[in-house]
Design a protein around this ligand. Structure first.
Ligand SMILES: *Cc1c(COP(=O)(O)O)cnc(C)c1O
Length: 962
């Protein structure tokens, strides 16, 4: 028996040792190797003393997994899951269990990254392609994107696209029909203000009275009315205005597509295709437009191309890394989107197929017809004359109706003056209808659902006008017609999963992305109905559990960042940047300094920084970096002085995008503040800061946090994410508010940046659990181990590759950049070759060519063990040996294992392989580790140029796969 106290035994059971990859012994070995005595010593060597936080974070002590889960279950129970008839873009849905367990709850799907390395991502690329095909079929237009953040931000993107492509160049008005959801209008108005557009709201037909670059309509309108606006659309298009239509995805199964009615852009939420409401998110928005606008498309598009064997292969088309290339000229700042949720929605369509979807939609519509017939019989006045699933009606005793609704644990819609509303969904039953009659009419109404149903069947339904009934087929592709049994579906999901490399196979060392453990205990709560099934606009007293959770998380994050307040609305890092810049803008305006509009951005900044600044209506001035990758202080001082009167802010990343703790950061803050500017600190690199320093302490005014990087929310293959912002007190009154949900903060009446008040609220339990399970000590140790791992990998690799930047004491922070340019010069082997060759060794490539072209940026994170780091290092060293053989002329520059990587089964089955100057074993089993745990890339190197020249973004004929 060990000689440990009970407390010591319990300590051993804590989550910390499961989250941090290496145990104490392995940590010591690495410390010895890098030349530090302890984690504290290493921290002191890396982090400048002036910014070191010399106290424990006040976030409490770590707790065990069971204890953490029990506590959060207690919070969940304080949420009341009522039946939701609120609608407004959020509906009850049945998540097919085969999708729930095998996609949403499956690390093979949720721990993958954005498919920058398509050769090891063909599975999710196919699922997203299905999402695009589904979006196009339902919308009736020919080019779909791979998801946007939510319906309201998609509306803002539609407006921005309209401005880019409309031929009415002088027009500055965007028209919004007055029956568009209020949260959508809210987000559109916020965005329009930044761009300097005028938003005119009015009855649809008044659109023609203005000179417009674009107009937005909703199909069906917020009362549920189905408007046939094709003539209006045609006239608007004649006047060169772009017509955008927000559409309900389920209704489109039965309705004529907006594209066929003349819309140029169609978008909406795909939530009710099997993604829980989650108190606001996450869910995917679909976005579809005409092929001719492809260069103006916001977000990413998955396209079809060919690999080096000429086989069909998928990859992100055109807009890949758009912000990094086009900076402030990018179409949008969208980086992380909603891939996991887009995949869930597409699988929902694959599973149900066109006929299954039709049955679901018809059932919802029938239930609505029955409700309408019953209410009419009893003399209730309906506001809308046509409908798919929504009725708006007037009752004399509104308060009594609402009281009965609450007593029956049901929420009706109350936002439209003087009326009540009900939206039905896939989960509504005949019993629910009977209950609704009781709620609306009071008991004793004598209505019978079955009898009403029979009447409607006999008479026929006219609630969808004949001219609006869909006659175009949907989802005819075999993929949507082949996997309707659970066995087939299960295997389809698994088949795709097998093609993708995620964290459940090996480390993903993507710099600036922090691919750490997404622990199972952190993930469990998101599936609980108490978190998953709340409507974002439900009465606040039904969301007490959420309120406590969000407040506790905010308090933790305030402590961790050194700010005074958090705003939890932005649902991606880039969305946080936009929200933070808006707060700065409003702050200046509040002081009569609204003219301050210049944003300084160092050369090395992440591409979303300039893209967001542009969206916030700012003018961008670039600040140079010196040879070591640091902000050039002289240039900074000069530029700040030059624009002083108009200086709004600077956006810096800390530690820098080069993975180095710049010594001058406090000075940067001082210079900016002296000139009346604000400091925006991009918090993507918080993983090097937590428990060691804070942006607030450093002197910044506002930061976004990527909860999907540092705080353990998984990347989902390209989203979801959460990008809450922390602000100093003076900025707190200027953060995003919400038009419908007002919890009583000073910022309540500010414009919104997301559709839901707390963005993707249902994934916040993950970050809450992360902090709770690690506690102050575990958080600090995580940061220290992230730095230890980065320095260990850096020092090991520096014996074989040049390392680009180092900070004080020749250390890096939590990531390092290796420079492949000299090797490329000498051998012709590119960073791309190394990235693809790593696939053969079973690894995902590090971040390629950011922040410096021709380099790889490696961020191991604290969750990787020394054993895994050694495997990665072994692969990198072996690859260096291969480069040497190319350098030495042993292998031709255009025929070697690097140039031909990644290698597939097709390669080694090909008799022509015999003519290669290396053998099959070296190609696919280059070392013993690989042999024991082989990951097979399913396609060869993909031809990007071919794909962009022959842009094709729909499902490919099945024959292509044969
Ligand atoms: C990831 C990242 C962002 C963008 O975050 P998203 O959630 O993808 O929008 C911004 N800045 C830096 C430095 C990042 O690494």
């Amino acid at each position: 028996m060990t000689k440990q106290t009970l407390t010591q035994l319990e300590q051993h059971e804590l989550f910390i040792r499961r989250h941090i990859g290496s145990d104490a012994l392995q940590q010591q070995e690495m410390l010895n190797y890098v030349g530090a005595e302890s984690l504290e010593d290493l921290t002191a060597q890396i982090v400048p003393e002036s910014i070191r936080l010399n106290r424990d974070l006040a976030v409490g002590e770590a707790c065990g997994e069971a204890e953490g889960l029990a506590y959060i279950k207690g919070l969940a129970k304080q949420n009341k899951v009522f039946k939701s008839y609120i609608g407004m873009g959020y509906y009850g849905t049945e998540v097919p269990n085969v999708i729930l367990r095998n996609v949403l709850e499956n690390p093979g799907w949720y721990t993958a990254y954005t498919p920058y390395q398509p050769e090891i991502a063909q599975g999710r690329l196919e699922a997203v392609l299905n999402f695009q095909q589904m979006s196009m079929d339902l919308s009736g237009l020919d080019l779909a994107s791979a998801s946007l953040l939510d319906e309201a931000t998609a509306a803002a993107e539609a407006m921005a696209l309209a401005k880019r492509v409309s031929k009415a160049k002088k027009a500055n008005i965007f028209f919004v029909a007055d029956d568009v959801f209020p949260q959508t209008l809210d987000v559109v108005k916020t965005r329009a203000e930044c761009f300097g557009f005028e938003v005119v709201v009015g009855p649809a037909e008044e659109a023609l009275n203005h000179e417009l670059f674009g107009a937005l309509f909703q199909y069906s309108g917020k009362t549920g009315e189905l408007n046939d606006q094709r003539e209006l659309f045609a006239k608007l298009r004649e006047q060169k205005a772009i017509v955008a239509v927000a559409a309900d995805i389920m209704s489109l199964v039965l309705l004529k597509s907006p594209g066929s009615l003349g819309a140029d852009v169609v978008f909406g939420s795909a939530q009710r295709f099997g993604v829980p409401m989650g108190y606001g998110g996450p869910h995917a928005a679909f976005f579809v437009t005409r092929d001719e606008h492809k260069r103006s498309m916001p977000g990413r598009i998955i396209g079809v191309s060919k690999d080096s064997r000429g086989n069909t292969a998928l990859r992100m088309a055109m807009q890949t890394r758009e912000q990094h290339i086009r900076r402030e000229k990018a179409n949008s700042n969208i980086c992380t989107a909603q891939i996991l949720l887009a995949n869930m929605a597409s699988f929902y369509a694959v599973y149900h197929g066109p006929q299954g979807l039709k049955t679901i939609a018809e059932r919802i519509h029938r239930l609505t017809d029955i409700l309408a017939a019953g209410l009419k019989t009893k003399g209730v006045e309906l506001v809308n004359a046509s409908w798919f699933d929504t009725l708006t009606f007037k009752v004399a005793d509104k308060d009594a109706v609402l009281a009965r609704a609450i007593a029956a644990e049901s929420n009706l819609r109350i936002d439209v003056e003087g009326t009540l509303g009900v939206s039905l969904d896939e989960t509504t039953t005949a019993d629910d209808l009977a209950a609704l009659f009781d709620i609306i009419l009071g008991a004793g109404h004598g209505l019978d659902v079955a009898a009403l149903d029979a009447e409607i069947l006999a008479k026929g339904s006219e609630s969808i006008p004949a001219a609006l009934l869909r006659d175009e087929a949907i989802l005819t592709h075999p993929t949507f017609n082949s996997f309707h049994s659970e066995t087939e579906m299960l295997r389809y999901i698994k088949r795709l999963e097998n093609k993708d490399l995620a964290l459940n196979h090996s480390m993903i060392s993507l710099g600036s992305c922090t691919m750490k453990l997404n622990a199972t205990a952190e993930m469990l709560p998101i599936s609980w109905p108490e978190f998953a099934n709340l409507h974002p606009f439900c009465p606040l007293d039904q969301a007490k559990g959420y309120e406590k959770l969000l407040n506790e998380l905010s308090d933790y994050l305030v402590e961790i960042t050194g700010y005074d307040a958090m705003c939890l609305q932005p649902n991606s890092g880039a969305s946080g940047e936009y929200a933070g810049l808006l707060a700065i803008k409003k702050y200046h305006e509040s002081r009569g300094e609204g003219h301050r509009n210049v944003c300084l951005i160092p050369q090395s900044a992440h591409g979303t920084n300039p893209a967001s600044a542009q969206m916030a209506g700012m003018k961008i001035v670039v600040v140079a970096c010196d040879k070591r990758g640091n902000v050039d202080m002289e240039d900074l001082r000069a530029k700040a002085a030059e624009v002083a009167d108009n200086l709004s802010c600077i956006m810096i990343t800390y530690p820098s995008t080069h993975g180095v703790y710049e010594e001058t950061v406090s000075e940067i803050c001082e210079v900016i503040h002296q000139h009346g500017g604000q400091v925006y600190l991009d918090g993507a690199n918080m993983n090097a800061q937590v428990g060691v320093t804070t942006p607030g302490f450093i002197g910044a005014d506002v930061s976004h946090l990527n909860l999907h990087k540092t705080f353990a929310i998984p990347h989902g293959g390209g989203g979801p994410g959460m990008g809450p912002i922390g602000v100093k007190a003076h900025l707190a009154p200027f953060v995003a508010g919400h038009t419908l949900v007002k919890p009583g903060r000073e910022s309540d009446n500010n414009g919104a940046v997301s559709a839901a008040p707390y963005g993707s609220a249902s994934i916040l339990p993950i970050s809450w659990m992360y902090i709770k399970l690690l506690g102050a000590k575990g958080l600090r140790e995580s940061t220290q181990n992230a730095m230890l791992n980065a320095n260990y990998v850096m020092k090991k690799l520096s014996e074989h590759y040049p390392v680009l930047y180092r900070g004080r004491n020749d250390r890096v922070a939590h990531e390092c950049i290796i420079d492949l340019r000299p090797l490329k010069e000498a051998s012709g082997v590119t960073e791309m070759d190394v990235a693809k060759r790593l696939n053969d060794y079973g690894f995902h490539a590090p971040t390629m060519s950011f922040p410096v072209a021709g380099t790889l940026m490696i961020e191991p994170t604290e969750s990787e063990s020394k054993a895994e780091l050694d495997r990665f290092i072994e692969a990198m060293v072996a690859i260096r040996g291969e480069i040497a053989r190319v350098e030495a002329g042993e292998w031709p520059a255009d025929n070697n294992p690097l140039h031909n990587a990644p290698h597939t089964l097709a390669d080694i089955m090909d008799p022509a392989f015999d003519s290669r100057p290396y053998d099959r074993e070296l190609a696919v089993f280059p070392n013993a580790t690989v042999k024991a745990n082989k990951f097979w890339p399913t396609v060869n190197r993909i031809d990007d140029v071919y794909g962009d020249r022959n842009l094709f973004c729909a499902c490919v004929p099945m024959s292509e796969y044969e």
